[in-house]
Design a protein around this ligand. Structure first.
Ligand SMILES: *Cc1c(COP(=O)(O)O)cnc(C)c1O
Length: 226
């Protein structure tokens, strides 16, 4: 199977309303071009350095999603072009994105990352923290950031019932925000969850954006930096 076929197979399995982000981290630009030449243009990277190294060699109409943990001091390198930042996990990061996007007169779509997995190491908010930091005043003052929804990563496990329960929990967090502070915000629509091993479960549980790498581009090297 080649890359274009892998993308078409996944697209045939998912509703047209679900956005597929092809996670190209660690993969060469030739692989990205193979997907691009088949008509696909939404890619995700998890490291700023890799993204800014690759991008100048690639078509400018690619829609780039930053999916990995993002340090505030690196926002400036991607603020001029990034379509969506998935893993926003602090108020400081929200404010930094707003400031850096303002320099380009852009609005950047962001998602709030929730900690939904059993693993201690994964970043993210819980719902109490989010309710604490968000206020109508904050949302009103963010001129260059649009908080479009939530994102999470399930536990790395074969236990599909655990994965499903974590996705259901994340959808519950989304619903409670949608019914709360975001109730009048029509742009608050996205639930980014589901990767190669679990995107079908994620969609059953309400995912609107799936982030798929290895099922499209093949396995990554073990020396991958996290
Ligand atoms: C690498 C990565 C993915 C894709 O993982 P696959 O299992 O290869 O599909 C999705 N989301 C994030 C945040 C990632 O870092």
């Amino acid at each position: 199977m080649n890359i274009a076929e892998n993308i078409n197979k996944i697209k045939s399995e998912i509703p047209a309303s679900v956005t597929l982000v092809a996670v190209s981290k660690t993969k060469p630009n030739a692989d990205i071009m193979e997907a691009y030449n088949s008509g696909f243009s939404v890619f995700g990277e998890n490291r700023v350095q890799e993204l800014i190294d690759k991008r100048p060699q690639l078509p400018s109409d690619i829609s780039w999603h930053m999916i990995g943990h993002l340090q505030t001091n690196k926002v400036k390198y991607i603020a001029g072009f990034v379509e969506m930042i998935h893993a926003v996990d602090s108020l400081k990061l929200v404010n930094t994105i707003d400031k850096e996007a303002s320099k380009y007169n852009r609005v950047i779509n962001i998602l709030l990352q929730f900690h939904i997995a059993r693993e201690e190491t994964k970043y993210g908010f819980n719902i109490e923290e989010v309710n604490e930091i968000l206020s109508d005043e904050l949302l009103c003052n963010l001129k260059h950031v649009r908080i479009c929804g939530v994102m999470g990563m399930a536990t790395f496990t074969d236990d599909t019932s655990l994965i499903r329960s974590e996705f259901r929990y994340l959808k519950g967090c989304f619903d409670s925000l949608k019914n709360g502070i975001f109730n009048d915000k029509s742009y608050f629509t996205e639930v980014s969850m589901g990767m190669s091993g679990d995107y079908l479960i994620a969609i059953e549980e309400g995912s609107t954006i799936i982030r798929v790498g290895s099922s499209i581009f093949g396995e990554r090297n073990f020396c991958e930096k996290k």
